[in-house]
Write a protein that binds this ligand. Structure first.
Ligand code: ADP
Ligand code: ASP
Ligand code: MG
Length: 422
């Protein structure tokens, strides 16, 4: 008998019929003797619907007060889900109890719409499990120290589930979703994408941070920090398949490199359409420029991703970087009003139609020429690279958004990712 955490995503919770299936699957695990904690997302489309309503009514300027209300609103989708799932579990003949984040409580900081989990109280949950109940906890939401409801950022139910698994020292955290595991790239973009039976934690971390939304990045960080055994698998298999078969399906996130296994040089390709590029032109090439520009951006709590500074000509240079598209207008506004005047330029250019495509693989550590192979594949398709950034196990390029699918497919082919695993 083990303590197991199941997480079900929005599509898996998308209708009463699907919720009934989730309940039947959870009941199968509970009847096999496991202690079950279940973390569901809002029903598919619900979070978007709620945030869409807010957008219709929002004031022109964002503020902490507005973000607080967005969390108050968006968190309700998950509250509906836990209630419905607990009811469906009771209909299966199980004892089940649901909790909102504040009831557990799942404590977070106060960074509304992107709060971080700080601690999870396990007492109440343990008592329920000991009493033979299935415990259903809202994904995505928490509570700050003043009692305000917070949310963990889009896709945050993954993080809720892994954090609950870490706090409860669960034997495993199973992330049930609408694909049957982690693929070499998004199977909805490249039909030839292949499921990986396992992927290393470091690769998963890079893939998630480079845009593969199959797992929210913070969930992978949590899994790494607390060594939570993590598996991504399908919620669309028949609910009554044997537990043993289900428990070994999907993709396992591994922590040690298996030395016997020949490592693929590139394991996966991620892409991200959520960024925008900003270039400040004709700034003086002298110490402190990067700090003047990016310091102001950081002070406004805006995250910067890829950065490049060109070589200078006549003592002037161009400085470009990317931010999240949601932060684009705010960043340009901030630079225009607060930063550019002190730099003696008013030239600023922006491009919101870019995307970032990344190749990821542990094997890149021990192989040379991988980046150049990437650049060749892109040049053969006539795709212009605007920015490049690298780390030990990934290379990313920023390109025109309209070439995204073409680039991902070309790279998938160039690195033989459609070939079966060796
Ligand atoms: P859930 O609602 O279950 O949390 P998400 O939509 O957040 O599901 O994540 C699953 C989706 O992630 C898949 O439907 C797929 O389109 C997308 N995806 C992106 N990259 C990958 C990848 N490398 N492997 C599998 N799925 C991926
Ligand atoms: N419902 C939230 C969202 O749509 C959280 C999640 O699904 O993980 O982002
Ligand atoms: Mg998700």
């Amino acid at each position: 008998m083990a303590l197991i955490v199941h997480k079900y995503g929005g599509t898996s919770m998308g209708s009463t019929e699907r919720i009934r299936n989730v309940a039947k699957r959870v009941a199968k695990w509970a009847r096999a003797g496991h202690q079950m904690v279940v973390v569901p997302s809002a029903m598919s489309g619900e979070t978007n619907r709620l945030l869409g309503l807010a957008k219709e009514l929002s004031p022109a300027r964002s503020s902490d007060a507005l973000l607080r209300e967005l969390d108050m609103l968006a968190s309700t989708g998950e509250q509906v889900s836990v209630g419905l799932l607990a009811i469906a579990l009771q209909a299966e003949g199980l004892e089940a109890v649901s909790y909102a984040g504040w009831q557990v409580p799942v404590r977070t900081n106060s960074a509304y719409t992107k709060a971080r989990i700080e601690s999870i109280e396990d007492k109440k949950v343990r008592a329920d499990l000991a009493a033979g109940k299935v415990v259903v906890i809202t994904g995505f939401q928490g509570v700050d120290e003043k009692g305000n409801i917070t949310t963990l950022g889009r896709g945050g139910s993954d993080t809720s589930a892994v954090a609950v698994a870490a706090a409860m020292q669960a034997a495993e955290c199973l992330i049930y979703t609408d694909v049957d595991g982690v693929y070499t790239t998004d199977p909805r973009v490249v039909p030839e994408a292949r499921r990986l039976s396992s992927v290393s934690f470091e690769e998963m971390l890079e893939m998630a941070s480079m845009g593969s939304k199959v797992l929210q990045i913070r969930s992978v960080e949590f899994a790494g920090k607390y060594r939570v055994p993590l598996r991504v698998l399908s919620s669309f298999t028949p609910w009554d398949i044997p537990i043993e078969e289900e428990a070994h399906s999907g993709t396992l996130i591994t922590f040690e490199e298996d030395e016997q296994m020949e490592q693929a040089v590139v394991s996966g390709i991620a892409f991200n359409r959520d960024e925008a590029k900003i270039s400040v032109l004709g700034v003086p090439d002298k110490p402190g420029i990067a700090y003047t520009i990016l310091g102001a951006v950081a002070d406004a709590n805006i995250e910067v991703d890829v950065i490049i500074q060109n070589i200078s000509k006549d003592g002037k240079t161009d400085f470009s970087f990317t931010v999240h598209r949601n932060d684009y207008a705010r960043t340009v506004d901030l630079l225009k009003t607060k930063v550019l005047p002190s730099l003696g330029t008013d030239q600023i250019e922006g491009d919101t139609r870019i995307c970032k495509v990344s190749i990821v693989g542990i094997g890149m550590r021990s192989h040379v020429g991988i980046a150049s192979k990437m650049f060749r594949a892109l040049s053969e398709e006539g795709i212009n690279i605007q920015m490049i950034s690298t780390s030990e196990i990934k290379t990313s390029v920023v390109i025109d958004e309209k070439y995204m699918e073409l680039a991902v497919r070309a790279l998938h082919r160039a690195f033989d990712l459609d070939q079966p695993e060796s």
